[in-house]
Write a protein that binds this ligand. Structure first.
Ligand code: HEC
Length: 154
């Protein structure tokens, strides 16, 4: 068989298969109804949730002495867990078509927000103070990285 005649049909088959996969065999895209834009999402969900996670564990030096801040009651732990969950899922909200600035770096950073916040969520579930403290810095790095690239006046 001559290479030319055998290669062309094979390539076409692959194209047709890829095309079918892309349209998901007739499935409609999810009917998302985004309401908030990226800025509003930052103000309403991302920033307040991150603050609860960051401020949940701290060593604070005052005139009166050292305050070893950490969640203690079941309610306090649940509050941290819930906000870590909001932060985690906010990463998914940032990936939605109306919000994503591109399909590459933006998606990567939004996924990093999901991954790091999920570690905080698991730490809160396990009531792991050290783990919660450690991942706080990693979450902050993700915020910084995305802001440097996508926040015009940062
Ligand atoms: C995937 C990218 C991305 C990640 C991750 C991200 N941000 Fe943002 N953030 C943005 C962009 C883009 C803006 C600018 C929005 C605008 O002004 O339109 C912004 C703006 C903000 C603002 C300013 C809102 C205002 O009032 O103008 C705050 C506060 C903020 N982010 C907090 C955070 C925190 C805290 C984190 C991490 C826990 C975080 N962001 C993670 C993209 C990101």
């Amino acid at each position: 068989m001559k290479p030319r005649t055998s290669r062309l049909p094979a390539g076409l088959t692959i194209l047709v298969a890829a095309g079918l996969a892309a349209v998901g065999c007739g499935q409609a895209p999810p009917p998302y109804k985004p309401v908030a834009d990226v800025k509003q999402l930052m103000q309403g969900i991302v920033d307040p949730s991150a603050d609860v996670v960051w401020e949940s564990v701290a060593t604070i030096f005052t005139k009166e002495g050292v305050e070893d801040r950490r969640p203690r009651t079941a309610d306090e732990w649940a509050n941290v867990r819930n906000h870590a969950m909001m932060l985690t899922e906010a990463g998914n909200l940032l990936m939605m078509p109306s919000r994503a600035k591109d399909g590459y770096e933006w998606m990567k950073m939004a996924q990093e927000l999901v991954d790091t916040s999920a570690v905080a969520l698991r730490a809160a579930e396990a009531k792991n103070v050290e783990g919660l403290y450690d991942v706080g810095g990693k979450i902050d790095e993700v915020c910084e990285k995305c802001h440097k690239k996508y926040w015009p006046n940062y």
